[in-house]
Design a protein around this ligand. Structure first.
Ligand SMILES: C[S@@+](CC[C@H](N)C(=O)[O-])C[C@H]1O[C@@H](n2cnc3c(N)ncnc32)[C@H](O)[C@@H]1O
Length: 322
């Protein structure tokens, strides 16, 4: 397992910048939008493929092969998500049969890395869902203020925007110096970008609006310096963030924390896996700790629905019972 991880990390390091996230397809995407996203030849390949022929069994065998060879366990991810992403990779690489994907994954490490990137959707933004961040300021910050030191875990942090957003709020609320933020993901490429904290200038107009609508108190440009086409987040925001590779499926508890944010990650997991990850969160949170999920995620069908109270029902913010 360690060797496989090392391999993935090495491939990631050597290929940064060459893989693109252009072909992200979400459950909300229509085929028309999908078509716009795909190169036309790849789209034609997709149309030639009979999706019904892409059998459950073939996909299960492919996921088993990825797990056995590379240690990444997608076997309990949502079937619809996995199928979409595999079809996308098949369309892009002109492969018309899942079993051919399987043999390519086993023999071609670079291809395997591309597929692993496909299966990890890293879409994110600063102050995503402004009402959620408003609620953090109104409902969560007052609770955090009662602790002498604070530990926060961003599980599935992607390229880091969520952790930087939290760091900004904590600075404005005078809490940052007594906080450690653990920001984790299993995608080394995304983590490396998160650590750099370099984002495209083009995103800043939207991020500034998000920041303002979420109750930001300063000028958003105070938090970065511009450098050509990019911006670099301030060192003062990075200093208490620990970036770490952690796989929610295969890794265990690593710290006791006061607040967990795991947003827009569990939607890709099936019900059993969501339950397993909720067990991990329950064991990681202190009594009275806070759990934040994404707008389409909840505790309702898990074993833990009775173990939390609602802090903000609409924003999916829960407080662990004492
Ligand atoms: C859509 S992003 C969400 C980013 C951020 N939380 C947000 O809401 O904007 C989902 C992230 O979950 C990560 N992820 C998926 N499966 C994971 C796993 N098993 N362990 C850790 N991270 C995982 C992906 O790599 C991706 O970066």
């Amino acid at each position: 397992m360690e060797n496989c991880k090392a391999l993935f990390n090495r491939l990631a390091a050597s290929r940064f910048g060459t893989f693109s996230n252009t072909f992200i397809v979400t459950g909300r995407m229509t085929i028309k939008e999908y078509k716009n996203d795909l190169e036309s030849s790849a789209y034609e390949n997709l149309l030639c493929m009979n999706t019904e022929d892409t059998s459950e069994l073939e996909i299960s065998l492919l996921l088993e092969a990825i797990y056995q060879q590379y240690g990444y366990d997608f076997r309990q991810y949502s079937k619809a998500h996995i199928r979409r992403r595999i079809m996308n990779r098949m369309a892009l690489s002109g492969i018309k049969d899942v079993s051919l994907i399987q043999s390519k994954v086993l023999k071609d490490e670079t291809f395997a890395y591309e597929l692993l990137q496909d299966l990890s959707i890293t879409v994110t933004e600063m102050f995503r869902d402004q009402d959620f961040y408003k609620s953090i300021r109104e409902n969560v910050i007052p609770l955090l203020k009662t602790y002498p030191f604070i530990k926060i875990w961003h599980a599935g942090c992607a390229t880091g925007e969520e952790a930087y957003s939290m760091a900004i709020i904590l600075q404005e609320e005078g809490l940052y110096d007594r906080t450690t933020i653990y920001a984790t993901d299993f995608n080394p490429r995304a983590l490396s970008r998160a650590k750099e904290g370099i984002f495209s200038n083009k995103l800043m107009a939207d991020y500034t609006t998000n920041y303002q609508l979420s109750g930001g108190k300063e000028s958003f440009s105070n938090y970065y310096t511009s450098s050509y086409d990019n911006v670099i987040m301030n060192q003062s925001l990075k200093k208490n963030i620990v970036w770490a590779n952690h796989n929610l499926v295969t890794d265990g508890v690593f710290a006791e924390v006061h607040l967990i944010l795991c947003r827009n990650v569990l939607i890709y997991f099936d019900q059993n896996l969501q339950n397993k990850v909720q067990n991990l969160f329950y064991n990681t949170l202190i009594s009275g700790g806070i759990l934040c999920l994404g707008s389409k995620e909840g505790l309702r069908y898990t074993d833990f629905s009775e173990d939390y109270t609602d802090l903000d029902k609409k924003q999916r913010i829960f407080k662990k019972r004492y």
